[in-house]
Ligand binder design. Structure first.
Ligand SMILES: *Cc1c(COP(=O)(O)O)cnc(C)c1O
Length: 486
């Protein structure tokens, strides 16, 4: 076996040497018409790099014997090399991240970028991007202004009397709060709240990274106010309550109400910090989501500081808020970490525009995250029926489509039981291979993300943007047809 292989390798060696000699020179190729034509689009330098790389790749394939003589002749023509170079350039220069269609029904999908911005926020972002702005410039005084000052008026409407800071994300907000208020001290927290939240946010790790000592109390399923009280002493820096977000313990459980922790905090003179995660500003009760308490109510209950994300239920860009006692907020603003995690200028504009929707009272109409959550199942079902009809007319028996009842999820580590009834477009393949349709859609253009469950591909139009149903139908037709070899 081994002898034989060596022998064929030896016998083809002169052939390969010949082939290597036939490889065109990079300089010559660049002068050829098909490649010279690419200079205006790719620039000379990138073009040279890509041509060099393509020639090297051909050389490697010759040496390893992968390229037959007949194929070689075609592959070294300038026109073929130009085609390969164009394809390589397209992949290299393609916009990233790519826009995808979210048909998972998970509204705040962390892997898909959480919230889609409102039209106002997107416009503010684009506008700001192409101009100088008064980011830290006081136009009245002609001197240095404050980056956070842009939010003063809106935040005063939303949280009267409270101080605030807006940073990069909620992980930064909570870290800043812990560091500024309880560094080198103990932070008392229930064992039931030492959770990991999607996107590698682990409460004990954040505590440690903030320079605080974890003082865990109670048990996983039950923690009483007296457990907190027993742990509070001279070394205590703060009491921390964490919204357990994507995770819920049911059954024999008990965690103290915010109000009881507030009483304890007042009595002991320690600040109560509440990490309220998803940041509901309006109250989602009308949507049937009852386990999200609005931030304002947590503050009204007496929490000293509340932190939350900008891109979960609030529906804005990535950002983190800390809102609460002005004198505590002042400490956060003064901490050097505040500079490290300050909000970027484009996001400052997008956060501001998002907040205007809340102040104006139009959030449910403007903010896509809320608008999607508010969609009734019947309306989603009508859209699914239309897509179903369009696709069915085109694919014959290629796949079986039906519209069925299902559940959409809020997602993003927000209310763990935050589920909404929906209607799903369920796709099953006669070969039982819905997985291949799912793959075809995911790798298509635009990529369409659904979910596989029970051997079916489920598409939830709740999270499909208005006007994209037709694209969903077209993608589905393509995917089913290519599954069946056209
Ligand atoms: C999502 C979440 C975080 C992390 O927020 P980011 O904005 O992703 O940094 C922290 N705490 C809770 C309770 C959360 O739900």
């Amino acid at each position: 076996m081994q002898r034989h292989r060596r022998k064929t390798a030896e016998s083809s060696l002169p052939d390969r040497r010949e082939a290597l000699k036939g490889l065109p020179q990079v300089g010559r190729l660049l002068e050829s018409r098909p490649l010279a034509r690419l200079v205006p689009r790719l620039g000379g330098e990138l073009l040279t790099t890509l041509v060099r790389r393509e020639v090297a790749r051909l050389r490697e394939r010759i040496v390893s014997g992968q390229l037959e003589r007949s194929a070689l002749e075609r592959a070294i023509r300038p026109r073929s090399i130009a085609r390969s170079v164009e394809a390589a350039a397209a992949t290299l220069l393609e916009p990233r991240p790519r826009c995808v269609i979210n048909a998972t029904g998970i509204v705040v999908h962390t892997n898909l970028g959480r919230s889609v911005l409102s039209a106002g926020a997107a416009a503010a972002l684009a506008q700001t991007a192409q101009h100088y702005i008064d980011l830290e410039y006081d136009l009245d005084e002609g001197g240095r202004g404050s980056r956070l000052g842009h939010f003063d008026a809106l935040m005063a409407e939303l949280f009267p009397g409270a101080g605030f800071i807006v940073v990069n994300n909620n992980a930064a907000a909570i870290m800043l709060a812990l560091r500024a208020l309880a560094r080198n001290k103990e932070v008392v927290i229930s064992r039931g709240e030492l959770v990991e939240i999607g996107g590698s946010f682990r409460v004990p790790d954040i505590l440690a990274a903030s320079g605080c000592k974890l003082r865990e109390v109670g048990t996983t399923n039950k923690t009483r106010v007296s457990d907190y009280a027993d742990a509070i002493g001279p070394r205590t820096g703060a009491i921390l309550k964490v919204h357990t977000s994507n995770f819920k313990i049911v059954g024999f459980t008990d965690q103290p109400k915010i109000a009881s922790l507030v009483r304890l905090a007042r009595k002991s003179g320690k600040p109560l910090i509440v990490d309220w995660g998803s940041g509901d500003l309006v109250g989602l009760g009308p949507l049937g989501i009852h386990d999200e308490i609005p931030v304002r109510e947590i503050l009204a209950a007496g929490a000293d500081l509340v932190t939350f994300s900008g891109d979960k239920l609030l529906g804005g860009p990535q950002a983190g808020f800390a809102v609460g006692q002005p004198e505590l907020i002042a400490k956060l603003r003064k901490d050097p970490l505040a500079r490290v995690c300050r909000l970027d200028r484009l996001l400052t504009a997008a956060v501001h525009a998002t907040l205007t929707s809340y102040v104006r009272g139009t959030a449910f109409a403007d903010v896509p995250t809320l608008r999607m959550l508010a969609l009734p199942a019947a309306a989603i079902g009508r859209r699914a029926e239309r897509v179903c009809k369009t696709v069915a007319a085109k694919i014959g028996t290629g796949a079986r489509l039906e519209v069925i009842d299902g559940i959409s999820k809020t997602g993003g580590g927000s209310s763990p039981t935050g589920e909404r009834p929906t209607r799903l477009l369920a796709v099953s393949a006669p070969t039982g291979d819905a997985g291949r349709i799912e793959q075809g859609l995911r790798r298509g253009d635009p990529p369409l993300i659904g979910r596989l469950q029970g051997g079916k591909l489920l598409l939830d139009l709740r999270t499909v943007l208005p006007g994209q149903d037709k694209i969903v139908a077209a993608c589905l037709i393509d995917a089913v047809r290519s599954l069946n070899g056209r």
